[in-house]
Design a protein around this ligand. Structure first.
Ligand code: CA
Length: 214
């Protein structure tokens, strides 16, 4: 084998290695979270504002399914984005979703919350769980205007390839009628770890093997 062929082989191998790294981009990872706006559903929309006939796609209902439904404009609160938003009625009910993550990547989850009545101050539990609990927040919707969306953010560093997120009305939330609304959940990667010493060693080792073969 002449030197030119060997060089080509080395270039190809290195290109392949770089392609593997390039495929794990933050952009690719931010798209795996599904239906954060609650605008995709199964079922047939019935008349009315509270659409118990619809099931939001990609989410699993926690608690009583009839107490977790999609709502649309008409009752005072308009969707923060799109045509629908999630309504959680009564304690211990909510939704969860499992999505792909990359261990070591740091993510930010942003979402909007609102409540039904001025006098109420319901609490919603926001949990993010990988191999271990990553976020365990209880957010009380207090002193916010009725039908006013407020953006919240939580961040976490994934510790596994699969992470779950849940929004559940707190077990001791103020009253059974203190409804919680959720819309526009967006997941984005905020930081990616530097290539580890092991990875660099691997690439160095590959170069060394190729050089020895010459
Ligand atoms: Ca929406």
């Amino acid at each position: 084998m002449n030197k030119t062929t060997n060089h080509k082989k080395q270039t190809l191998l290195l290109s392949a290695s770089i392609a593997v790294f390039a495929s794990i981009t933050p952009e690719a990872q931010s798209s795996v979270f599904a239906n954060g706006g609650f605008d995709d559903y199964s079922g047939t929309p019935a008349d009315g504002i509270q659409l118990s006939t619809l099931t939001p796609s990609d989410w699993t209902t926690v608690g009583t399914s009839s107490q977790v439904l999609l709502k649309k404009s008409g009752g005072g609160l308009t969707p923060q984005n799109g045509s629908y938003y999630l309504g959680i009625f009564n304690r211990n009910n909510g939704v969860s979703q499992t999505f792909d993550t990359v261990a070591g990547y740091t993510y930010e989850l942003s979402f909007y919350l609102a409540k039904q009545a001025t006098s109420s101050s319901p609490t919603v539990d926001v949990n993010v769980t990988g191999n271990t609990p990553l976020v365990d927040d209880s957010i009380q919707i207090i002193n916010w205007g009725q039908d006013t969306w407020q953006q919240q953010t939580v961040s976490f560093t994934a510790d596994s390839a699969s992470t779950s997120l849940s929004f559940i009305e707190n077990a001791s939330s103020q009253t059974s009628s203190a409804d919680v609304f959720v819309d526009t959940i967006v997941l984005s990667v905020t930081s990616v770890p530097e290539p580890s010493a092991t990875t660099l060693l691997g690439l160095g080792g590959l170069a060394l093997i190729l050089r020895r073969k010459k």
